[in-house]
Design a protein around this ligand. Structure first.
Ligand code: ASP
Length: 590
């Protein structure tokens, strides 16, 4: 037997017991007559003591141990004279009587403690060492618990967990596919699923009525902190269901997870239409931990001789609470910040609402105190606030002000960790017109149903009408992060054909790519809908973190590389040969 207890288990009540522990040497500390070692496993850390006077040979052996050696020790639990209140096992230590070195270790390339000196790349290369660090272990354990509780809840609601294939068919819609050449079908490819969307709909046609899966999805996109080429979704679909019931079911799941894992209770989630979210926050995923809502100022600011405002489609501002103290230097810096290409604003107008009731603005030449006071009143700005205004083309200006609002939220410390503000954003547009490519894109995906009342307009309306169709599509947003999204689906062949047509598919293309789904709709497809939660994101948000990487045991870096196994990699010529890739080019030529 390697151990009677774990390194996180022993307490003052265990004093006097003979125990055996196994683990990794965290930090050997040598004090001449005595050597202390912190022994670590995933449950915690226990202090070991070796005494020169008791056993000189053993003590010598302990002094030679390096960091990350794997050892097994037998000894007596005793009370510590100087206790460590920060550690669960801090009241006791083990007086070691015998030790086996199970495996030595090279000196690790970075310290394996809560705070590490290892850079990102190094830690990714030695992921097995990074995974020994307790903050990372806590994340992985959190994830495991979250998955388990998700399964419990959904199983309790009658959902079946059904696997769908990873080797499927490439479709041009959505993000870029990862493709896999098929050896047995020369010149042809599978694609890895961006989501199990069509399969879960087929399962509804088959009568499985409540499906879920905690499932890997693959998207060949550029990477960011909250994006990985492979990521995990809690993917769900329900039949004979309304949007209202779906929202309630997944609000229920969310509340259950926050309650069981974090001990938090929520009120019912507010709902906001897409239009309202865009108007009030310039974003379809507003962070509701703080206010700073948008206020449109066109009426108060235009035709007063200030060209920037006069020529703008939209003049819109926010009142940043308590920011009147910002110095000139800070404001100049903020102006530079909004002018960066990533934000793209032309400039920033500010109005300082002084605590003595006076106002000072960057446009004093054009607007007197009374005018500024009028703006402040319209915006509900208080003495001590700073009004920040952007002007320009409507859509762009809203997006820019959204970025500025978030930045002010960060700078003013309003994005409090541990504060969770969930909401549903509903009534998304069905289609999005893209000026550059002169075509419609599905706002959610091509299987999303328009609202019932919009179906006749969709079937018969003109081009402009299509821009205003609303969908039964919804997102769950927490703290400005899109946690999940879904929709009621089309279950009628004719309507689905029409949608594909609007999205620029020829009937032949639609048939080739999605004929199986439309075919299935002809054999008694029930009304259905569903949702998918980003599981990695949910883990990160529940822990108040931005990066999903820390919640994935083996993540990829920004170039999509796994640094540990060094993938992607070259393959042998013989392997390549078997795939008959040259046939692809020949086919293209024909
Ligand atoms: N398949 C969708 C997605 O991955 C979610 C859904 O509509 O259920 O975003």
């Amino acid at each position: 037997m390697y151990r009677t207890h774990t390194c996180g288990e022993l307490r003052i009540s265990d004093v006097g017991k003979e125990v055996k522990l196994s683990g990794w040497v965290q930090s050997p500390r040598d004090f001449g007559g005595m050597t202390f070692i912190d022994l670590r496993d995933r449950y915690g850390i226990t202090q070991l003591v070796f005494n020169m006077d008791d056993d000189a040979v053993l003590c010598e052996q302990a002094r030679k141990l390096g960091r990350e050696f794997v050892v097994s020790v037998t000894g007596m639990v005793r009370e510590r004279s100087n206790k460590n209140p920060n550690r669960a096992t801090g009241d006791i230590e083990i007086e070691v009587q015998a030790m086996d070195v199970l495996n030595p270790s090279k000196v690790p390339p970075f310290t394996i403690e809560d705070d590490t000196d290892g850079g990102d790349d190094l830690r990714m290369k030695y992921r097995y060492l990074d995974l020994r660090r307790s903050p990372v272990q806590r994340n992985i354990i959190f994830r495991s618990n979250l998955a388990l509780e998700t399964r419990k809840y959904l199983a309790g609601q009658g959902f079946l967990e059904i696997e769908t294939p990873f080797l499927i068919k490439s479709t041009p819609e959505g993000a870029r596919d990862f493709v896999v050449p098929s050896r047995m079908n020369p010149g042809q490819f599978y694609a890895l699923p961006q989501s199990p969307q069509t399969f879960k709909q087929i399962l509804m046609v088959s009568g499985f009525d409540r499906y879920f899966q905690i499932v890997k999805c693959f998207r060949d996109e550029d990477l960011r902190a909250d994006r990985q080429p492979e990521f995990t979704q809690i993917d769900c679909e329900m039949a004979f269901i309304t949007q209202e019931e779906i929202l309630n079911t997944f609000e229920g799941l969310t509340k259950y997870l926050f309650k069981t894992i974090l001990g938090l209770d929520f009120q019912d989630f507010p709902r906001m239409s897409y239009d309202e979210a865009m108007r009030r926050f310039g974003s379809d995923k507003p962070d509701l931990r703080f206010g700073m809502e948008f206020n449109e100022l066109n009426a108060l600011t235009q035709n007063k001789g200030f060209g920037v405002f006069d020529s703008a489609e939209l003049v819109v501002g926010i009142a940043a609470p308590g920011a009147a103290e910002f110095t000139r230097k800070q404001l100049d810096e903020l102006t530079e910040w909004v002018k960066r290409p990533q934000i793209g604003a032309k400039g920033l107008v500010y109005v300082r609402c002084n605590t003595d009731g006076t106002f000072k603005s960057s446009v004093d030449k054009f607007f007197d105190e009374a005018a500024l006071k009028g703006w402040a009143e319209k915006m509900g700005a208080q003495p001590g606030d700073m009004i920040l205004i952007l002007a320009g083309e409507e859509e762009k200006t809203r997006k820019q002000l959204n970025e500025l609002r978030l930045e002010m939220g960060r700078r003013l410390g309003l994005m409090k960790a541990g504060d969770f503000k969930p909401l549903w954003v509903v009534d998304f547009p069905l289609l999005e017109w893209d000026e550059d490519t002169q075509r419609f894109y599905a706002m959610h995906h091509p299987f999303t149903s328009p609202k019932k009342e919009d179906v006749p307009r969709m079937m018969n309306g003109d081009h402009e009408t299509m821009k205003n169709l609303r969908a039964d599509a919804y997102d769950l947003v927490i703290n400005g992060v899109e946690i999940g999204g879904g929709s009621i689906r089309i279950h009628d062949r004719g309507l689905q054909e029409k949608n594909f047509k609007l999205l620029g598919f020829t009937p032949e293309e639609a048939e080739a790519q999605f004929g199986f789904l439309m075919g299935a709709f002809e054999y008694g497809a029930p009304p259905h809908g569903g949702i998918a939660f980003g599981f990695d994101r949910l883990c990160a948000v529940m822990n108040g973190q931005n990066s999903i990487r820390d919640f994935i045991a083996f993540p990829k870096n920004n170039m999509g590389r796994d640094m540990m196994i060094d993938a992607p990699s070259d393959i042998h010529a013989a392997q390549l040969e078997e795939l008959n890739l040259e046939l692809v080019k020949e086919k293209e030529k024909k």
